[in-house]
Design a binder for this molecule. Sequence first.
Ligand SMILES: [Zn+2]
Length: 337
Amino acid sequence: MTNSHQTDLIARLPKAELHLHIEGSFEPELMMALAARNKIDLPFKTLEDAKAAYNFSNLQEFLDLYYQGMQVLRTEEDFFDLTLAYLQRAKADNVRHVEMFYDPQAHTERGVPFGVVTDGILAAIRKGEQELGISSYLIMSFLRHLSEEDGFDLLVESERWHDKFVGVGLDSSEVGHPPLKFERLYQRCAEIGFKLCMHAGEEGPPSYVREALLDIGVDRIDHGNRCMEDPELVSIIRDMQVPLTNCPLSNLSLCVIDDLKKSPVKAQLEQGLLVTVNSDDPAYFGGYIGRNYEKTAEALDLSNDQLIQLARNSFTGSFLPEAAIKAHLASIDESIA
Ligand SMILES: [Zn+2]
């Protein structure tokens, strides 16, 4: 058990969330409500049925459910409601800054226009800044099971909004879709000036992390668990201080690890890696960021200093300007003074 002192510390620490898919914050209650509002039939009759469906055993089964749930997101208001609900939940966990992913292709391919999705999310982000005091950056993600050509199409379609994105990401089914599949696309994104993020080493081998880092030149690795199988790669990641966005409850839920005690977070901290703790798809994986910190602290017997380090890393690993990072780090110092 996390002792109550640590639970208090976790609650008190200002945090940033760097690995969050906004569509993955879709709680069954809101899904049912939007389905009713949009007159869409879901395969679940009751909230209990919906909650039962949130049991899955691997990444593909999760993705099937995830895309099914998305079907009810149709209007700008839907995306606004989804995003604001997440930000309110993040506020409760003392999150001060979010860098959120979204998957436009998952919406445009089912006929929802790019602008409907993006403007709804952006409106909620503005409201979150004004009323909740949470700053948010948006990261446009490419679906890696689609082609690089599809990614280029998205880049063109999204052109009017490019100044609204801090960077790009790559998510969805990892195995069989290595980083180099998107080499040209990422080169173009770097030229535009986007920060580069990529999921790598969650289910895919350490070589995917190497490719993302050394061939593509990403600024941040999402997950990155399996880098630990390659000691030379660990040294490179440490020397470069590339942030890793670990998601402990997601790893457990998707059977990337069979026990939270096997989470690499503590080993990565001890080896001086810039690891952060995040929620990934919190509605589906059993908890938001506070619960991820608590469960990880409990399973790995993290010290208070390690918890504070994780909070510090969440800002250091962000894409915020240097001055803002400094201010957040100072607020961490204040919170523990
Ligand atoms: Zn993810």
